[in-house]
Design a protein around this ligand. Structure first.
Ligand code: TYD
Length: 133
């Protein structure tokens, strides 16, 4: 399964770097930005897919693991570089865990929050992706 990493342009300086996400860096219009923080190391986040939403996950601080499932294959990646974002398309199941202390996961999303866009049941996800092929 293909992992889509996005290189975030940066302005490097000995006094500290700047990461800049302008609209051309991501393949969708930005409608929402949110972030996960103060996540206990034992926490499991995600556990759902989206019918339409696309997202870019950026580990602003610390690290965490993301497992992606498309109904056929699964892959896990550790995000720990603030200049590398992970693009997650719609119809992809995601699970986030193994958060380091102080980890912050920024999520840039193609849509505003809409509970109807979530698929929170894995069996439902599998039949949804099958019927969409
Ligand atoms: P959820 O997306 O399931 O969290 P995660 O994938 O990080 O584990 O969201 C958790 C709860 O927060 C859920 O009840 C919906 C709510 N929520 C909002 O109200 N607005 C938002 O923009 C987000 C991301 C979540």
């Amino acid at each position: 399964m293909e992992i889509q990493l996005v290189e975030i342009p940066k302005i490097v300086n000995a006094q500290g770097n700047i990461g800049v996400i302008e609209k051309d860096v991501i393949p969708f219009d930005i409608k929402r930005v949110y972030y996960l923080y103060d996540v206990p190391s034992s926490a499991k986040r995600g556990g759902h897919a989206h019918k339409n939403l696309q997202q870019l996950l950026v580990p602003l601080s610390g690290s965490f693991d993301v497992t992606l499932k498309d109904g056929k294959e699964e892959t896990t990646i550790t995000l720990n570089k603030p200049d590398k974002g992970l693009l997650i398309n719609n119809n992809i199941w995601r699970e986030l865990n193994n958060f380091s202390s102080g980890a912050v996961c920024m999520v840039i999303a193609s849509g505003v929050y809409d509970e109807d866009d979530y698929i929170r049941n894995y069996r439902e996800f599998l039949s949804y992706v099958k019927s969409n092929k």
